[in-house]
Design a protein around this ligand. Structure first.
Ligand code: HSE
Length: 299
């Protein structure tokens, strides 16, 4: 038996929701082809689109490792061969490792007759994030698996909530051609924060969630601010302030770093505005000689 599964790129944090909020894009993403085999082994026969950067070693590859965990958990000795086709950039802040892990887990679960629900697949996908970046954060894997906006209300116990959102919402994402490792972008963060900053941040996250549910674009706009993480991480992204300003001046509801960067996302409520935002953001990167990929995706 064979199955082909696509899992999308995701924008984690969404400005104020570090490690607790994320949404899925339509594209790009990763494609995984699984084939059942007669051996009792998990094998990884092919990876494309990674520029030779990802390990073919089953214990080190995120998708393969999570499939092995999954099979051990459900007590299956089914042999599986994996082909992984990366259709998105690595180290981009768009949840590349999450897309691979989620596509692999969803595929193997389907092949075996769906013994686990999507929600039950999540802890395995989070284990993939631990392998990839040292931190089992869920704000990429949860939206990659469930779609739309997802809130990680709690990690222990794991409590995942899908958030309704207005149907016109569009994401513009630019990916400057530099690489930032999530592990590095996490290591530079302060371990404690000021109460006054925490107050602003949880006001904003509450406002953003309320704005999404109520379809209140003005409230979404007022809430898309990050006073804790962005000021630190933006230093890793050339011309970030100008790119953000250009997005806001072009009609973005808000603009911030996608996940751990270097990708930068902006939200708006029309495809036409999303295109204008993309041009304006790209221009500010071009000025300093940095090329970028651009993705425009309804959510
Ligand atoms: N919440 C994670 C971080 C997402 O910002 O480190 C990584 O893509």
């Amino acid at each position: 038996k064979q199955i082909k599964v696509f899992a999308p790129a995701t924008v984690a944090n969404v400005a104020c929701g570090f490690d607790v909020l994320g949404f899925a894009l339509n594209e790009p993403g990763d494609e995984v082809i699984l084939q059942t085999t007669d051996s009792n082994e998990v094998t990884l026969s092919k990876i494309t689109g990674d520029g030779g950067k990802l390990p073919l070693d089953v214990s080190k590859n995120t998708a393969a490792a999570v499939i092995k965990h999954y099979l051990a958990h459900i007590g299956s000795r089914q042999g599986i061969d994996i082909q992984l086709h990366k259709r998105m950039p690595l180290g981009s802040g768009l949840g590349s490792s999450a897309a691979s892990a989620v596509a692999g887990l969803f595929a193997v679960n389907e092949l075996l007759g769906s013994p686990l629900t999507r929600a039950e697949l999540l802890p395995f996908a989070m284990e993939g994030e631990r392998i990839a970046s040292g931190a089992a954060h869920a704000d990429n894997v949860a939206p990659a698996l469930l779609g739309g906006f997802v809130l990680v209300r709690s990690y222990n116990p794991l409590d995942i909530v899908s958030i309704p959102f207005p149907k016109d919402l569009v994401a513009t994402v630019v990916h400057p051609q530099i690489e930032i490792r999530t592990e590095d972008a996490r290591s530079i963060l302060k371990k404690s924060i000021l109460l006054k900053d925490a107050i602003q941040q949880w006001g904003n996250i509450g406002g953003l969630i309320a704005g999404l549910i109520q379809g209140d674009y003005d409230l979404i706009k007022r809430s898309l601010q990050d006073v804790i993480i962005e000021p630190v991480r933006s230093l890793l992204i050339p011309n970030f302030d100008k790119v953000k300003q250009a997005a806001l001046e072009s009609g973005a509801l808000g603009c911030s770093i996608s996940g751990s960067g270097p990708s930068i996302f902006a939200l708006s409520n029309s495809l036409a505005i999303a295109g204008e935002i993309a041009s304006a953001m790209r221009k500010e990167l071009k000025v300093i000689g940095i090329d970028c990929d651009v993705y425009i995706s309804p959510i």
